[in-house]
Design a binder for this molecule. Structure first.
Ligand SMILES: [Fe+2]
Length: 297
């Protein structure tokens, strides 16, 4: 059987940022708006997203995972253009999304992403509108498990949180999947391991306990805007690769690299799996080139 290919992009922070209404500029959004107009607009570019995504589409992946932060300040006017972008990436059958903290930036619009982008977020089963997460989608040999860590936070904080009810539902889901032979992938915006207190997943120790007990084959995340591979403890002394990726719109700045995406080729290999990772990203000339290949599993 041919390998199943899964592309992974994250954190497009889709430009341009619409002009906020004055009534929308309160509290945390003021800081976010100043940060965008002073800094971020220079490093998050629409032409970069477009060139990256057209290279990704040329690879014709079987499925595409997007691990959050489609938008910036969760202004009303950001949701529809983000949906249009998702539709340009592919239909919901071919694209799976989990939300990031910027998609639920402030309390007033924290419910909006789940309304507008539901077809890309929801699992295969008819979704309970109040409980989309954890979602489960089956594509080829994959079981894609989506969780939401997107919660509004105080200024200068970008933490994530799964919460008790989602964690309990996730445990039930992982327990069911443990008896199957699917290639289980956890899609989550926040990395499970983080040294940055203000950006961390606050209930990561509970999640790590679940992963150690039930396991998954791979974890894909965003949030950090850098290339990363961490190994998380799985059942019986096994290790689970947890892969991060730069922002899909980024020009390199500070310690953040240029935009890139991951392309995984996943196939059965005897009783186990083979999983090859290819990383492609833009260079200084804004051309997309292969950065490296890794035999992950
Ligand atoms: Fe982000």
């Amino acid at each position: 059987m041919a390998a199943f290919t899964l592309a992974h992009v994250s954190d497009p922070h889709l430009p341009p940022l619409p002009h906020p209404r004055l009534s929308e500029l309160a509290g945390k959004r003021v800081l976010g708006y100043l940060n965008w107009t002073r800094n971020r607009h220079r490093y998050h570019r629409r032409d970069v997203v477009d060139v990256l995504m057209s290279d990704l589409q040329a690879q014709v992946p079987d499925h595409i995972a997007v691990t959050g932060d489609l938008i910036n300040l969760a202004l009303e006017a950001e949701f529809a253009p983000a949906l249009a972008w998702l539709e340009s990436v592919g239909p919901p059958e071919r694209v799976t999304l989990v939300p990031g903290n910027h998609d639920a930036y402030v309390r007033t619009t924290a419910h909006r992403f789940a309304e507008d982008w539901k077809s890309y977020l929801a699992g295969d089963a008819a979704p309970d509108p109040d409980a989309i997460f954890p979602s489960l989608r089956r594509r080829g040999p994959l079981a894609l498990i989506g969780v939401s860590t997107a919660v509004p936070t105080p200024p200068f904080m970008a933490t994530g949180w799964l919460g008790k009810s989602q964690m309990e539902a996730l445990e039930r889901l992982l327990a069911t999947l443990a008896s199957e032979s699917a290639f289980r992938i956890l899609l989550i915006h926040h990395p499970i391991r983080s040294n940055a207190r203000a950006k961390r997943l606050t209930d990561s120790s509970d999640l790590r306990a679940l992963l150690k007990r039930y396991g998954v084959e791979m974890i894909l995340h965003g949030h950090d805007h850098v290339h990363s591979t961490n190994w998380i403890e799985g059942p019986n002394g096994s290790s689970i690769p947890a892969i991060g990726v730069p922002s899909a719109s980024a020009l390199a700045h500070g310690h953040y690299p240029h935009a890139a995406y991951n392309l995984f080729s996943i196939a059965r290999d005897g009783n186990g799996w083979s999983c090859r990772q290819m990383v492609r990203g833009i260079n200084d000339a804004r051309q997309v080139k292969e950065i490296r290949r890794v035999e992950l599993l």
